[in-house]
Design a protein around this ligand. Sequence first.
Ligand SMILES: [Mg+2]
Length: 227
Amino acid sequence: MRTLVLWDIDRTLVDLSRMGGDWYREALRAVTGLDLVRLPAFGGRTERAITMEILTSHGIEPTEEVVGSLHKSLIEIATREYPQVAVHGRALSGSAEALSALASVSGVVQSVVTGNLAEIARQKLTAFDLHTFVDFEIGGYGSLSAFRPDLVTEALRLATVKHGRGADSVVVIGDTEHDVEAALHHGFTAVAVATGGCTADQLRSAGAHVVLDDLSDTGAVVRAVLQ
Ligand SMILES: [Mg+2]
């Protein structure tokens, strides 16, 4: 394992941005009986961070039990809605080609660092046939922590155990300042794509080493990762 590539999912590889709010609305009602009146910002944040903010802003103490119940409900809803993901969402331009190109480079291991829950992360990539390129077993997922850099720590730990050695370089690819921060916190390489809520200038200001407009230039993605 020379290079560990940790992909964000939402608005980096796929865009399902119209679905998350509806899932939270239904899950909050199922678990607490409350109507969702305030939806926090989602971009780049972990499921644990979003869940805790929603519960708190609706007057509910975010205990482990309630957070766990909400996540379980979200997984049930996402599983039921799985056929809709490919209908209402889309793979972002160049994502399959970039994943495939990197998968063919010797020494490159690809996984995810995503705010999504593990089950939902797998569903979102499977819906667009992107799942074969990443090793979900060594990913960092949004149930773990509200602090995104913790997800990178976990992914690297799992990858190191699985491959019997650490990586010479770790590259985090994502669409928000939170993704950039998650890389820089550890001194790793941050590659940013301006296909989400942040402009290229914002991503550069956040400290991204490379900023791409999108993933459509496969060669540019590969160069950014292997630099
Ligand atoms: Mg994202």
